[in-house]
Design a protein. Structure first.
Length: 202
């Protein structure tokens, strides 16, 4: 049982030199679907929400929008990318923190896990990034970070993550598929260790 938020970078660099948009539609969305596939989607088991970000953040759907895997995977398939703007990790983390309010479908006594995917460094509000990450952790939200490609700052993403080992690296967008099993396993283990009320195993 867990509430999981996927925070997906949709900045300009995702589609630069990629006219087919495969980086997004095949690889980023494939990553999101792969994460969802690792969990039983149900109101009483695992809920998943999605936020995307560039200059600012945008809610795609809330934790309680979909209560089964089929409808959620279909919704993820249809997430479009604006493909413009820079990279505001601070705004992404602020939006992510707010998604775990009960008004947005979050449940009390359930592990709260945030997975942030990006292909680069913070370029807007960069001096606020770690502060927002710390506020998120203080709200009992566990942060995982996934960096794609050589433009990411591994030290920054390790610092954002709740633990350094909660940072995962993909050499390129195609390689994202190889990250999924390790991330899902780690998320399952972490959720099982966190204190909950009426905890159910995956």
């Amino acid at each position: 049982m867990a509430d999981i938020l996927l925070v997906l970078d949709q900045s300009r660099s995702i589609i630069t030199a990629d006219p087919s948009f495969d980086n997004w539609h095949v690889n980023v969305l494939g990553f999101a679907k792969g994460v969802v596939d690792g969990f039983p989607i149900d109101r009483n088991l695992t809920q998943v929400a999605v936020v995307k970000f560039s200059n600012d953040s945008k809610i795609v759907f809330f934790l309680n929008t979909y209560n089964n895997r089929t409808s959620m995977l279909s919704a993820i398939d249809n997430i479009d990318i604006e493909g413009s703007g820079q990279r505001n990790l601070a705004a992404a983390l602020r939006a992510g923190r707010s998604m775990f309010n009960t008004s947005n479908g979050s449940r009390g006594g359930v592990p709260k896990l945030l997975v942030l995917l990006t292909d680069g460094v913070a370029t807007l509000e960069a001096n606020q990034t770690l502060e927002e990450a710390n506020r998120t952790k203080e709200a009992d939200i566990v942060i995982y970070t996934v960096g794609v490609g050589n433009d990411v700052d591994m030290d920054e993403l390790r610092a954002i993550a709740s633990k350094p080992e909660f940072f995962f690296f993909a050499h390129n967008f195609t390689d994202l598929n190889n990250v999924i099993p390790y991330l899902d396993e780690n998320v399952c283990e972490e959720a099982a260790m966190l204190p909950t009320t009426g905890m159910q195993k995956f």
